[in-house]
Design a protein around this ligand. Structure first.
Ligand code: GAR
Length: 191
């Protein structure tokens, strides 16, 4: 059984898609949802899906080993960042080499880095007059959005599109692809 843990800071729609995708899969256990935000929508989604939630604050995350130790003790096979907005601490990255994946709502290396998350990304894409945007799923290292790319998918951006339009199209790509790419990374057998 592969054990995965989801990290999310906000609404948690991707976290929910992934958890539901694996709900009946005998090879995967979505054992925990981790969040830094006590007001995050993901907490209610986790409750509905009967998945335990762990909340932590900045001091615990960056100045102690608690989260890393807990994940090591639970023998976590893959950490999946699904709208998690804090940089992963170096110690956590080192403890899980090539075992942390992230989704970014743009075509990296464009529109990545500190401050480029969520709605800010789509605003920047529209402001730059881009004709396409999309998603990037990548391994996580100690820098924002710089780990090795695993998968990208794109969607057109029309001149009339608002950041909200782009966000909607990108989110559709996320929901379609992220669960399957997580399954690929886990190298599951077909059921
Ligand atoms: C998603 O679009 C994800 O790509 C983005 O946050 C959104 C979370 O939505 N992540 C980042 O910007 C990370 N840099 P969700 O909470 O509904 O899954």
């Amino acid at each position: 059984m592969k054990r995965i843990v989801l990290f999310a800071s906000g609404s948690g729609s991707n976290a929910e898609k992934i958890a539901l995708y694996f709900a009946d899969n005998t090879q995967v256990d979505v054992s925990l949802i981790v969040s830094n935000n006590p007001k995050a929508g993901v907490i209610e989604r986790a409750r509905r899906m009967h998945i335990p939630v762990l909340l932590f604050d900045r001091t615990t995350f960056y100045e102690t080993s608690q989260i890393t130790q807990l994940l090591l003790n639970q023998n976590v096979d893959l950490i999946v960042l699904a709208g998690f907005m804090w940089l992963m601490p170096a110690e956590l990255v080192r403890a899980f080499p090539n075992k942390i994946v992230n989704i970014h709502p743009a075509l990296l290396p464009k529109f990545g880095g500190k401050g480029m998350y969520g709605h800010y990304v789509h605003k920047a894409v529209v402001a730059a007059g881009e004709t396409e945007s999309g998603i990037t799923i990548h391994y996580v290292n100690e820098h924002y959005d710089e780990g090795q790319i695993i998968f990208q998918a794109s969607c057109p951006v029309l001149p009339s599109d608002t950041p909200e339009d782009v966000a909607r199209n990108v989110q559709m790509l996320e929901h379609t692809h992220y669960p399957k790419i997580v399954a690929d990374v886990l190298k599951l057998k077909h059921e």
